[in-house]
Structure formats: structure tokens, C-alpha cells
Design a protein around this ligand. Structure first.
Ligand SMILES: Cc1cc2nc3c(=O)[nH]c(=O)nc-3n(C[C@H](O)[C@H](O)[C@H](O)COP(=O)(O)O)c2cc1C
Length: 346
């Protein structure tokens, strides 16, 4: 069975209602649906048969799951019971609740347009109750032994981009923890992030302007020794902020900007035997920049710092700002801004 070859099952009309119904099906809380018997006749369709398979589609027409009809009952509207109301998974607590909501829907112009003229939805109207199951559905949220409250899960939930920084300096120990999380040594020559061929192609350069006990300057992180070395003294935050496309004002207010850089050509050469030659190495570098960025975010979150990744930059201006401070052959890829926390802003 291939989902792309099945007839479709469409719940309600495309839009928020369909999205919520599809979500309820996938969450395992909606296991039935109902239609007026007459609407099958109007559409020239047969009532679903037990064992039939259809593809559930979402609002964009995407096929999201295979439904199998498990039971079909045709009942008078007056005979719809509480169990069926609950199986519809739309929060109905009783048949009366179900009935009120459906009476409103079937009375809407949208529903009326698909019913025979003059059709009256009363106690005698026939309702098709279709029960179904989703094939191959595993509702992960309902696994009893999945711990959604692990420290990592909690950290992930609290991680946010914040673009307004307080005036308080960032402690140098916190800066150190960020760098350790991003590229720090973890033993046996390895670092805190995965790296293709364990090459570790990324460099981290810190543009510090408001870090306790660290004079303003541009520093290079040395992962092997977990240390910083000064490249250029003075506050150079503005030069990097000015290389961003729209974010310069708040970027300049970051206590420090971590510039993630890499030698893309060297990486391309190293992976030239992997297709597509010339492109593979760069892909790996960008993937690894993503790993580093997430680690930076999570460490900032753990230490209560505000943080934002900024990739919307003018490449030429950023190259100029980074000229001479990144390792030879490295170009700046993305900026990670960090500062004392005000509030997540979007
Ligand atoms: C690759 C990438 C590039 C981004 N570039 C920028 C940027 O240039 N400016 C900015 O303000 N935020 C930038 N962000 C942050 C996103 O806007 C932010 O992650 C998104 O709005 C989701 O919010 P959250 O991080 O709070 O979950 C970038 C994020 C990523 C992953």
C-alpha cells in the first residue's frame, strides 16, 4: 500500500478547523468522524466500507497519514451517543454538546450549499458514523516512559532568541562556558560537537566589548588549550554590527559577538573525493556551524544570558570587519551575539 495511490479523506474545509482535526487524528485523540448520509448521495459517493483505506490530507493537500475504516454505523441523529461524541475527539463531552456543534455547522451556508434544497437536519436525519485507525501511528507524546522533563528538554524549551541586551556585563566565566560548549575539548582529541572526519574546521573569534575582567578586544578561541588569545585590542563590536543587514543597533549592544569562521576551500579540497566535488566540504562546514550555534544557544540559556544568531549579513562588509583577525584562509560565516538578558522579544 502506498499513501500516494489512495483516495483522500478530507476533514472539514482547508483552514484552522481542518488543521486541528488532523492534529487530533495524529495525536490519537480523534478516532471517528461523522457526516450526513444525504451528503454521500449528493456527492455520488458510497458510504465508506470497513477495511477501506484513505489518505488523510491536511490544509495544504499534503497526505499525512493512512486511515483504515474500522466500523461504520448509520444512525438517526437522535441516536448518536456519548461514546461517539467523545470519539470525534473535538472536545465534545456529551451527545448534546456534539449535537449543538454539528447543528450549527450543518446550518452554516457552507454546509447548506452541499445539501439538497430544503433538507432539514432534525432527529430523523441519518448520520454516518465512521470509526477509523491510523496505520503505523506512534503517538510519541503518549509514551509513558518518555521523559519530557529531562534537563535537556527543559533547556530546549527555554531557549529563545533575544535581541535586546541589558547593560550589565557578561561574566568572563560565562563566556568561557559558551566557548567550551561550542568547540571545547571533551577528551581523546574530540570536541563538543560532531565533525566530519573529526576535522573541526570551524574557528571561533570573540569580539568582546562588555565582558567582566576581559579588556575589550578581538580574541581567538584556542580549543586545544581552552584559552583565548588577543588579536586586536579595543572595542570592535560596531564594525561587526555594521556588517549586518538590518540588526546593527542591537547587535552593537551585545556584550560579545562570537564570529564562527571556516576555511571553506580547504574543506572542499579535503572532501573532493566525495560528490558533489567542490560542494561537499562546504556543506559539512555549514552543518557544523549549525551544531555550534545550537550549543551556544543552549549554554547561553543555561546561564540566563540573552543570545541571538545573526546570519543576515553583508558578506563583503563582514569580510572586511573580520579581515586579519580570523585564522588564515578562514572567512566569517555567521555571528552569535550574547549579552545580559532583558527579555525574549519576538
Ligand atoms: C540560520 C539562522 C539565521 C538567523 N539569522 C538571523 C538574523 O540575521 N537576524 C536575527 O535577528 N535573527 C536571526 N536568526 C534567529 C531566528 O530569527 C530565530 O531563531 C527564530 O525567529 C526562532 O526564534 P527562537 O530562536 O526564539 O526559537 C537566525 C536563526 C538561524 C537558525
Amino acid at each position: 500500500m502506498n499513501i500516494d495511490e489512495l483516495p483522500t479523506a478530507e476533514l472539514a474545509s482547508p483552514g484552522p478547523l481542518r488543521e486541528s482535526l488532523v492534529a487530533a487524528v495524529l495525536a490519537g485523540t480523534k478516532t471517528a468522524t461523522s457526516s450526513l448520509r444525504v451528503s454521500y448521495a449528493v456527492a455520488g459517493e458510497a458510504v465508506p466500507a470497513v477495511g477501506a483505506h484513505r489518505a488523510l490530507v491536511d490544509s495544504s493537500g499534503e497526505r499525512v497519514a493512512i486511515l483504515e475504516t474500522t466500523e461504520v454505523r448509520v444512525v438517526r441523529l437522535a441516536d448518536v451517543d456519548d461514546d461517539f461524541a467523545r470519539a470525534e475527539g473535538e472536545g465534545f463531552t456529551s451527545r448534546a454538546h456534539w449535537r449543538d456543534a454539528h447543528a450549527d455547522f450543518w446550518d452554516s451556508p457552507e454546509a447548506r450549499a452541499e445539501l439538497p434544497a430544503g433538507f432539514v437536519v432534525d432527529d430523523e436525519a441519518l448520520v454516518v458514523q465512521e470509526y477509523f485507525r491510523v496505520l503505523g501511528l506512534l503517538s510519541l507524546g503518549q509514551l509513558s516512559d518518555r521523559d519530557g522533563r529531562s534537563p535537556l528538554h527543559s533547556l530546549l524549551g527555554r531557549r529563545r532568541t533575544s535581541r535586546r541586551f541589558g547593560a550589565d556585563p557578561v561574566r568572563v566565566a560565562h563566556l568561557g562556558r559558551l566557548l567550551l560548549a561550542a568547540q571545547g575539548p571533551v577528551g581523546a582529541g574530540r570536541r563538543s560537537v560532531p565533525s566530519a572526519h573529526a576535522r573541526y574546521p570551524l574557528s571561533l573569534t570573540v569580539v568582546a566589548g562588555n565582558v567582566d575582567e576581559l579588556p575589550s578586544g578581538v580574541y581567538r578561541y584556542q580549543p586545544d588549550t581552552d584559552s583565548l588569545t588577543l588579536r586586536v585590542a579595543g572595542d570592535h563590536r560596531w564594525a561587526f554590527a555594521d556588517a549586518t543587514l538590518v540588526d546593527r543597533d542591537w547587535v552593537a549592544g551585545a556584550a560579545a559577538i562570537v564570529v564562527i569562521g571556516a576555511d571553506l576551500d580547504a574543506s572542499a579540497r579535503h572532501f573532493a573525493d566525495q560528490s558533489p566535488a567542490g560542494d561537499r566540504g562546504a556543506r559539512y562546514v555549514w552543518l557544523e556551524a549549525g551544531h555550534v550555534s545550537q550549543d551556544l544557544y543552549l549554554q547561553a540559556t543555561e546561564d540566563g544570558l540573552g543570545a541571538a544568531l545573526v546570519a543576515g549579513v553583508d558578506d563583503d562588509r563582514l569580510h572586511a570587519a573580520a579581515d586579519g583577525v580570523l585564522p588564515g584562509g578562514h572567512r566569517p560565516l555567521v555571528l552569535f551575539t550574547v549579552g545580559s538578558m532583558m527579555a525574549p522579544d519576538r
